[in-house]
Design a protein around this ligand. Structure first.
Ligand code: GTP
Ligand code: MG
Length: 174
């Protein structure tokens, strides 16, 4: 089986769900409380050690979630082996938007694309109870759609490297 040294991955989801924050946490281990909304898209890379003798460079396109950038998305997901679709657990509409992205990705890239689904801002469910999305329902939806699902917190760092690593491992196994 071939072991590609790098792969293209795209981050999609409504504005302000925390895509750029997840990217920053993943690539640099950092977090900013007042992140700027992305214009167009941002590109970053980070190399993961998949196992003792496999490294995989993630070429990550962090797209802009604002509605007016929606039509640019195909430029970033075309040819991508993987995606991370992000919603905010305190915002039910952002889950609906995430489901639309999953549909669009499956239509454009097929079942072979490895797709992660991140329910971000999980820290807000424990500190102040702002949760609007039930994790068990999303887990069921994720099962039905072959998605790697985790709740994450870019703020605290919870499950961030884990979800990227899970996606990368599945890409490496293909
Ligand atoms: P666009 O670039 O507009 O598409 O937004 P985005 O999805 O990249 O969101 P961004 O990372 O800019 O984060 C939006 C806001 O949410 C920022 O103020 C972040 O600090 C905050 N935020 C991001 N992740 C978390 C998190 O895990 N927990 C909490 N509490 N806030 C977060
Ligand atoms: Mg952004």
């Amino acid at each position: 089986m071939s072991r590609p040294g790098h792969f293209k991955m795209v981050l999609l989801g409504e504005s302000a769900v925390g895509k750029s924050s997840l990217a920053l946490r993943f690539a640099k281990g950092q977090y900013q409380d007042h992140a700027e909304s992305t214009i167009g898209a941002a590109f970053l890379t980070h190399t993961l050690q998949i196992d003792a003798d496999t490294t995989l460079k993630v070429e990550l396109w962090d797209t802009a979630g604002q509605e007016r950038y929606h039509s640019l998305a195909p430029m970033y997901y075309r040819g991508a082996q993987a995606a991370l679709v992000v919603y905010d657990i305190t915002n039910a509409d952002s889950l609906s938007q995430a489901k639309k992205w999953v549909k669009e990705l499956r239509t454009a890239n097929g079942i072979d694309m490895i797709i992660g689904l991140a329910g971000n801002k999980a820290d807000l469910a424990t500190t102040v109870n702002k949760r609007k999305v039930d994790a068990r329902e999303v887990a069921e939806y994720a099962d039905d759609n072959q998605l790697i699902f985790m709740e994450t917190s870019a703020k605290r760092g919870d499950n961030v490297s884990e979800i990227f690593m899970n996606v990368a491992r599945q890409v490496a196994m293909k």
